[in-house]
Design a protein around this ligand. Structure first.
Ligand code: FAD
Ligand code: NA7
Length: 486
């Protein structure tokens, strides 16, 4: 076998984690190569370098969420005195997608340039293991080459999964791998799934004027604070999104005019409805199936997620794994990036810092945004016991909402979960405008171990939504959530 190249580090996967580790390792003097290859979705959608976040995740999602919020603001604009605003103007999907896709292509180009500038050899090829130091690379024409490396990093991320019981489902539905690249408006859409991706996508599709129904198997936002999840659902329902609760699809069929007939059972009754598009958002599977990991001895769980120690080592000494493909890691871009950078520091700069997943802040970009840090109320009770914690809560109405009285006054909510013995804030929950921006700021203090009394002694910025968090005094179970704000 001809071995064509030798590297210190070979990274499989040019997404958030892989790129971060490759760039940092090269900066520290290692000889680095990276392979990134996008297997087209079952409908044929493909994209460039940068992984899920850039191409089919955070970036297009946030841009489309922003497009939807602009639509909602039209009413406020009118009430705030803007003269020619049309509250019933239509949204142009093609224009939005063109701009979003162009931005993504710029990012793809930027990543390629960064690799070039930092001397990281980039292979646009599908990688698989031959042995623990040897990788086979295949390009889209079937040309093969082989490379060797002392250390190999697996950062292959994940891909959408599909419900198993529906024949031919992959050809009848779209997933988040297709949505952001669709050249035509998906129209009346059924979203299947009730977590993060489902609620965000359903939210912006409705916000740009589409009829949207969301089919929920059990609860909204499993793993998140359920009181907050319920409030998100209520708000979305008030805005006109239909929830089909306690159901899963029984059958999906194509009609003669290429729409989708969906059948499901609810309370023992068969229901059916025609949709233009069905969007499946029922979770993700790690993209490890075709890497030949069994052959080299890298251990995985039954879902194909790689088992790693805290220092990102797999069961094979020179093979590491980070990001969405690793068991027990949060499926978030910033954690994958930081983890990749810290790994490079440990490998090539005598670093010893391990990635900490405690008190990582995150935001769900639903029509009313939700930011959280640390424990949900359910998890705090399970871990510490109900008598060991105090929950503070408040309802508030953003000042700006007073222009347009149709805004619901009861929707925004703040909740802090505090440990009774040392008064540390272990759970932070904010439902309201600009949740990402608000939550990021508080994340520093919460990570540092801030107490409720330190929050209380902090002077708020008036008039903001964020000031609600340093003014929450009502105790859940004793005081009703107080209406704050002005
Ligand atoms: P990825 O970014 O998935 O990169 C893996 C790369 O490896 C891919 O390019 C893949 O094509 C490539 N690859 C796979 N197998 C091979 C192979 N054999 N050879 C070569 N290349 C291969 N996170 C947030 O923090 N905030 C958000 O708002 C957010 N929104 C999201 C919205 C959606 C719709 C989705 C789906 C995800 C979202 N995420 C968000 C999650 C975030 O995108 C992921 O956590 C992150 O991209 C994981 O990075 P990664 O490096 O592990 O993998
Ligand atoms: P999640 O968080 O794994 O959630 C999957 C959702 O899909 C959840 O609501 C599930 O309901 C539902 N589900 C799963 N299987 C089915 C079937 N067969 N039928 C109907 N509904 C189903 O996935 P996401 O895609 O939202 O997010 C994954 C990550 O990507 C997330 O962490 C982000 O960081 C980005 P359940 O609650 O199990 O009843």
């Amino acid at each position: 076998m001809d071995i064509e190249q030798e590297y210190d580090l070979f990274v499989i996967g040019g997404g958030s984690g892989g790129l971060a580790c490759a760039k940092q390792a090269a900066k520290l003097g290692a000889k680095v190569a990276l392979a990134d290859f996008v297997k087209p979705s079952p409908l044929g959608t493909k994209w460039g370098l940068g992984g899920t976040c850039v191409n089919v995740g955070c970036i297009p999602k946030k841009l489309m969420h922003f497009a939807a919020t602009l639509g909602e603001l039209r009413h406020d604009q009118v009430e705030a005195g803007w003269i020619d605003t049309q509250v019933d103007s239509k949204h142009n999907w093609e224009k939005m997608v063109e701009n979003v896709n162009n931005h993504i292509r710029k990012l793809n180009f930027g990543y390629k340039n960064q690799l070039l500038r930092q001397d990281v050899k980039y292979y646009n090829k599908l990688a698989e293991f031959i042995d623990a130091n040897t990788i086979k690379l295949t390009d889209n024409k079937g040309q093969i080459e082989t490379v060797r490396a002392k250390t190999i990093l697996i950062a292959v991320g994940g891909r959408p999964s599909y419900p198993e019981n529906i024949p031919n489902i992959q050809n009848l539905v779209i997933t988040s791998d297709d949505l952001f690249w669709l050249q035509e408006n998906p129209g009346k859409t059924l979203v299947i799934g009730a977590s993060y991706v489902a609620l965000e996508c359903g939210g912006f599709l409705h916000g740009i004027g589409n009829e949207v129904a969301i089919m929920v198997r059990s609860i909204l936002l499993r793993g998140f604070d359920q009181e907050m999840a319920e409030k998100i659902g209520q708000y979305m329902e008030e805005k006109g999104i239909r929830f089909i609760k306690g159901s899963v699809p029984d059958m999906i069929e194509a009609t003669e005019d290429n729409k989708r007939k969906v059948t499901w059972i609810i309370n023992g009754q068969k229901q059916e409805e025609i949709f233009d598009t069905v969007l499946v958002a029922t979770g993700r599977v790690s993209d490890t199936q075709k890497l030949n990991l069994d052959k080299v001895g890298v251990k995985m769980n039954k879902n194909g997620k790689i088992l790693c120690s805290a220092d990102d080592k797999t069961s094979v000494a020179n093979i590491f794994a980070i990001g969405d493909c690793v068991e027990g890691r949060p499926e978030l871009t910033p954690t994958a990036i930081k983890c990749g950078q810290l790994l490079a520091n440990r490998l090539y700069n005598n670093g010893n810092e391990l990635m900490s997943y405690e008190f990582v802040a995150t935001t769900v970009f639903t029509p009313l945004e939700y930011g959280c840090i640390g424990y949900s109320e359910e998890d705090a009770i399970k871990k510490f016991g109900e008598e060991k914690i105090t929950v503070y809560h408040s309802i508030f109405k953003p000042l700006e909402w007073n222009y347009f009285e149709m805004h619901s006054g009861e929707s925004c909510f703040a909740k802090l979960i505090v440990l009774n013995d040392n008064r540390r804030i272990i759970g932070f929950h904010y439902l309201g405008p600009h949740a990402g921006e608000v939550t990021q700021g508080y994340a520093v203090a919460i990570k540092m171990g801030v107490t409720k009394e330190q929050f209380d002694s902090t002077v708020g910025i008036h008039p903001t939504c964020s000031e609600e968090l340093v003014q929450v005094t009502a105790v859940k179970g004793i005081d009703d959530a107080q209406k704050e704000g002005c």
